[in-house]
Design a protein around this ligand. Sequence first.
Ligand code: UDP
Ligand code: GLC
Ligand code: MN
Length: 336
Amino acid sequence: MSQAAQAFVTLATNDLYAKGALVLGTSLRDHKTTRNLVILITPQVSNNMRCALERIFDEVLLVDVLDSKDSAHLAMIKRPELGVTFTKLHCWALTQYSKCIFMDADTLVLCNIDELFEREELSAAPDPGWPDCFNTGVFVYRPSVETYHELLRSSTENGSFDGGDQGLLNSFFSSWPTADINKHLPFIYNLSSVAIYSYLPAFKQYGADAKVVHFLGNIKPWNCSYDTKTKCVTRTVHDSAPVVHSEFVSMWWDIYSTSILPMLMEHGISKSISPVKQEEEKLSEAVSQLSVSPPVPTAPMISSEERRRNWEQGQADFMGVDSFQNIQKKLDTYLN
Ligand code: UDP
Ligand code: GLC
Ligand code: MN
């Protein structure tokens, strides 16, 4: 099979996720992939951003937005914005390729992973929240018009148990947990940042072998703030608390600030170091012009049951009660 007929595929429905995709694409190129790089974009991605994407990706393909609009299930994962991840399904329509690896725009490649093309559809790593489900941040698949249509039919007839693509794809490829162990990718091909906290000793033991990092959850590297001199990452421009275990976020920012930002500035997309800074600067300017002071945001009090539920859904409060220091304290108590 010709290598040109295989591709890494990602998706961005807006300019923020497109920044993630640019870093992902650059990391694949830096690690000398021999395969094509393809990105699916939707009309909301700006024209300037499309030009920037064309410099990294072999194909920038415009597709229409598919949205589950399933607010009830999305509320359960506290990610109302993820209905549009149904747009991922278009990746099965790329029949100019015989085999592809789909990667979320919030993933980062740490070494060459071309060996994944030896796997078959549907290969993926376990989801850290429910390991009998696969995580759809990284998966191997075969484009096919037939599968594409079946998936679209399933999306309208059955919907998705999480309101996003992951629920739908797990129901569709339902034999994944039991049928063929070769379709289970090692976790190091989709190391989600939540796993660092949920099983710290394993991360200390195996983390150095990671091949792909996945910034799963609602804190994305592009929403963090980064100091190029100290290489220090903080949660946002307004929240100067350092991000705990920020090594991978720093790596993301290293690529973003050295390779991507200069290019975006050339395309007139970004002026300042942080992609969110400009928006937040505008906001705080507007707020400072108001005569009434804005309320100081405080962390809402939550019950331990709700906290546990949040934790299990990957929504841990890493900067507060679930901070690394607090977890370490708890472990120490058990060990002593
Ligand atoms: N995505 C997108 N626009 C959105 C939300 C998601 O383009 O508004 C795409 C993007 O490729 C992203 C993927 O869908 O990486 C899945 O969403 P996300 O990574 O935020 O989900 P998580 O992995 O955090 O559950
Ligand atoms: C998951 C996956 C992501 C998917 C989302 C919605 O957490 O990481 O790729 O889009 O769920 O199903
Ligand atoms: Mn993701």
